[in-house]
Design a protein around this ligand. Structure first.
Ligand code: APR
Length: 312
């Protein structure tokens, strides 16, 4: 039997996730949106590309949660995207309500699913989804680190004129301007980038990575990134449905790891069929730990703004 992947929100990110999950034959895909006709049209268009690509996954567009029942993975992308001048945190109250309503409905119908949250502000929306679903932390994780490290990798590759395939980047912390890209764990063919370029270039890449989402928003003017985010989600879905035990940077709910608890933060996790199998803890220098904790602190402030009425 094929896996079932539900994508909630058929906007730019949702359609990209749905299309890539189908194209990679990760399972049959259900694309759900509140707008009548939009998920149906996008699903049909994607499906009509299947003979050209040669994939056999089905893609169904719907406005009805009943169609999502018994999903293996629920991907939450519904919500507003950032407009120029808007921080991810400005989206907080608008998206809180959307995530709460959508996840409460979807989780009831797919009680064994792994939830991947994409809606921003990411770390706080993960907590909204965790409470609204009542799922254990292993099954409510957020997509951020793969995107942030893909951005950093692409900048490293361009800076050094090497293949992106040679690059590896390591990013910790919240998905926001306070994220913590770790240069000494970011490598080209195993060599730390700190050995390959001057300090000011490393700093410039770190700064651009932190502001990577905003850079796209200011160029697009009417929305935020979706190609790289959509593929980053597909990589997580693949790790889950193929039970790959793959170590990927994701937003996870911490219960003492890295000296933090009751908050989401971007950390390396091992991802498989049951969701998060473990959190990988690495040694940090004092400066790195301080930066990571400061980033987690700004997430905690947002989490404290979630109304107590949000189900736990
Ligand atoms: N139920 C279902 N779908 C909804 C709901 C809802 N209650 N509210 C909004 N949506 C849908 C919209 O109809 C729209 O199709 O969510 C979709 C959002 O799509 P876009 O505006 O294109 O936004 P997108 O670029 O996909 O970003 C979605 O991901 O990366 C984050 O910051 C980004 O929070 C944003 C989210």
């Amino acid at each position: 039997m094929r896996n079932k992947i539900t994508v909630i929100g058929a906007g730019h990110v949702g359609e990209t996730v749905a299309f890539n999950c189908a194209r990679l034959e990760l399972g049959d895909v259900v694309l759900l949106d509140i707008l009548d006709g939009v998920p149906q049209g996008k699903a049909l268009d994607s499906f009509e590309s299947s003979p050209i690509f040669g994939f056999d996954s089905n893609i169904l567009g719907t406005n009805d949660y009943a169609e999502t029942a018994d999903s293996d993975v629920l991907v939450m992308t519904a919500g507003l995207a950032r407009q120029p001048g808007m921080s991810r945190d400005d989206l907080f109250y608008k998206n809180l309500e959307i995530v709460e309503t959508c996840i409460a409905q979807a989780a009831k119908l797919s009680p064994g699913a792994v939830i991947i949250v994409v809606t921003n502000p990411l770390d706080a929306m993960c907590e909204v989804a965790r409470r609204a679903s009542g799922f254990p932390r292993q099954r409510v994780i957020g997509m951020a680190g793969i995107l942030d490290s893909a951005r950093m990798r692409s900048f490293i590759a361009r800076e050094l004129g090497v293949s992106v395939e040679n690059t590896h980047a390591f990013v910790l912390g919240g998905h926001g301007d306070s994220m913590v890209p770790l240069a000494r764990y970011s490598t080209v063919a195993g060599i730390p980038i700190t050995n390959l370029m001057p300090e000011d270039r490393v700093d410039a890449i770190i700064d651009r990575t932190r502001k990577g989402g905003g850079e796209i928003v200011s160029l697009l003017k009417t929305g935020s990134a979706y190609y790289a985010p959509g593929l980053a989600v597909a990589e997580m879905v693949e790790a889950i449905v193929k039970d790959k035990h793959k170590i990927l940077p994701c937003a996870a709910y911490l219960e003492g790891e890295y000296g933090l608890s009751e908050t989401y933060a971007g950390v390396p996790i091992q991802l498989g069929r049951t969701g998060m199998e473990k959190i990988v803890e690495i040694e940090l220098t004092d400066d790195e730990r301080d930066a990571f904790h400061a980033s987690a602190e700004s997430v905690k402030e947002l989490i404290a703004m979630i109304p107590a009425a949000t189900a736990t």
